[in-house]
Design a protein. Structure first.
Length: 231
């Protein structure tokens, strides 16, 4: 699993402490929130606020247990890998879409820049100021920034590679889940078949027992009748 990529995207969405929290929850289930707080060196309220941020993104789930003596609830948290992968995929897709729109705009529209103030305007906005900077009055220059276009293109390519990695991971996990479901179904069928065989054997034994008892009763009657006739 490409956990570093997941950490990176979630860190950008939530903050630096996201990485520590993922490491605490990864490959575990139902981790006590007080243990999480202790490991993060945060108060329980600070920890809960962080956990709620994760929960809002849909990448963790919880169960709760009520303390019968004190009456309050303790929450137990689990990192949901499949949901985290979906969250990361959606983030990547949004960023790619934004950059593609930016690239399209750069390729099809003209932009003007004030070299003194480093302020950039679209051609429409530059027309409104007669191609002069509103701040210093300097004449605006056409900004044909090829390096920026190349940089945006590189970013798109990198994000698309990351998206492919996430898609592959999701596909792999989906196959594993499918195989596990097949194994579970097969196991249930085998268990059901065993129960049916046991039930059939039990019915046969009971039937044999009943027949044996009937035969014994018949035999007993015959013996009594024979003894009676002798008398």
């Amino acid at each position: 699993m490409h956990i570093n990529l997941i950490k990176k995207i979630i860190e950008e969405a939530i903050g630096k402490q996201a990485i520590e929290l993922i490491e605490i929850l990864l490959k575990k289930r139902n981790v006590n929130e007080f243990i999480i707080a202790k490991k993060l060196k945060l108060t329980i309220n600070q920890t809960r606020n962080l956990l709620y941020k994760f929960s809002e993104k849909g990448v963790i789930s919880f169960t709760r247990k009520k303390d019968k003596k004190k009456g309050w609830y303790t929450y137990f948290w689990t990192f949901e890998v499949d949901k985290a992968l979906l969250f990361v995929k959606n983030c990547l897709m949004k960023e790619i879409e934004y950059l593609k729109n930016t690239l399209k705009s750069r390729e099809n529209k003209s932009f003007y820049i004030c070299k003194n103030c480093n302020i950039e305007l679209t051609e429409e906005n530059a027309l409104l100021t007669d191609f002069s900077c509103k701040e210093c009055g300097e004449i605006l220059s056409l900004n044909a920034d090829k390096k920026l276009i190349e940089e945006i293109t590189r970013k798109i390519n990198k994000l698309e590679q990351q998206l492919n990695i996430i898609d592959e991971e999701m596909g792999r996990r989906e196959k594993e889940t499918g195989k596990k479901m097949e194994r579970d179904i097969k196991k249930k069928k085998t268990e059901k078949s065993k129960k049916l065989r046991k039930a059939r054997l039990k019915r046969r034994r009971e039937a044999k027992k009943i027949i044996k008892e009937k035969d014994a009763r018949k035999k007993g009657k015959k013996i009594k009748k024979a003894e009676k006739n002798k008398k």
